[in-house]
Design a protein around this ligand. Sequence first.
Ligand SMILES: Nc1nc2c(c(=O)[nH]1)N[C@H]1C(S)=C(S)[C@@H](COP(=O)(O)O)O[C@H]1N2
Ligand SMILES: [Mo]
Length: 407
Amino acid sequence: MEHRGSPGGPERATADFATVSTRRDFISTTATAGGALLTGLAFAGCRPPVAGVRGDPRAGRRQIGTLRFEEEGTAPTDAPFGAELDGRLFTDLSSLTPETSVIPTERFYIRTRASRLIDLRRPWSIRIGTQSQLETLSVKDLLRRSDPQGLHLMECAGNTRDAHFGMMGAAEWAGVPLNGILAKFRSRNPKSRILVSGFDKYKSASATSVQGCGWVFSAEEISSSGAFIATGMNGRPLTPDHGGPIRLFVPGWYGCACVKWIDKILFVKDDSDATSEMQEYASRTEQTGVPRLARDYEPAVVDPAAMPIRVEKWQSGSGIEYRVSGLHWGGVQPAMDWEIRFAADERYVPVQEVRQRDRGSWGFWTHRWRPRTPGRYTIRLRVATPTVRTRRLDVGFYSRTVDVIEV
Ligand SMILES: Nc1nc2c(c(=O)[nH]1)N[C@H]1C(S)=C(S)[C@@H](COP(=O)(O)O)O[C@H]1N2
Ligand SMILES: [Mo]
């Protein structure tokens, strides 16, 4: 069996999902409502095309269906559910095309919804400096200094199969580089680390998450990643659920470092402790064990990764064929030499078409596939160059399974 959870630890998002009882009730109701339909589909192993008939019927080519990914649960997508620490939105990535690389804000994944205790009508500000000498940085000031920061992808380290891997998205961000903001403080504190923390108190207790959100960075991590305080997303101010009025964004890092509702930036000692959130996410950010000190944490970066998002069934001139589309993302340098295989006993072959991508975003790939026999197939990708570090792909984290009825 392929590895299904996060490397080295339990899957928090999965656990969250299963333990929120109101949530589960909602899901089973929807599942029942669509029950007959679902059973029918399971029998056919196939859904009708997403939007009408595609292809060229006269040439005998047309899309006749889309395969469902098996063993992925029934989580709702594209709408927020739950509240506060247990609130989520899972994005449906299955209809993405190369032309739609930006996820609209209302469908962008959410991990933790705005607290009921947060008062966003009051002017927001950050306390910044050392414990003994704090200054105030107002949102008004940040908005005035805000610039476009480009297209960037964010992925939750707890992205999960049960959410169809929909805890990931790319958006156009605006904000102010953190490095510049820190410059005048740093000269006074050359060796210190930087603790960025956000409002994280909630009215209701969470089933699984620990309250308190903060991440400790070295000055080098902040400058080399290009971290910025985000003030806007897709041309609008940040919404409350996405951390409005201000959040941290760390290009190339997992979302857990992208602290929402920032209220404090503190210079701390080089040997200061890791935050509870860093410890909570240690296994999902590929740390060795749970280091006590912040300086013993590896940067929480996303390695190159790729997965299928859609398997279309086509009638072609010479029979049935399948067209597999997917995404590739992660890594400082985008990997382009992707290979794919459809079963553990098959060889990897080069992906037929891999589109270039922006450094910090995702790209699209497609591959035509003619399975030899009907059956269950597990699709998995890898980078051909063996020296490229791909920790999640190495354990089959993003592999996805389909049932082929007709070949
Ligand atoms: N204050 C606060 N910031 C937070 C979190 C949180 O629970 N509280 N969750 C983090 C995690 S785990 C992720 S993946 C991202 C998700 O950001 P999004 O909800 O805008 O997609 O926010 C991060 N920032
Ligand atoms: Mo996350």
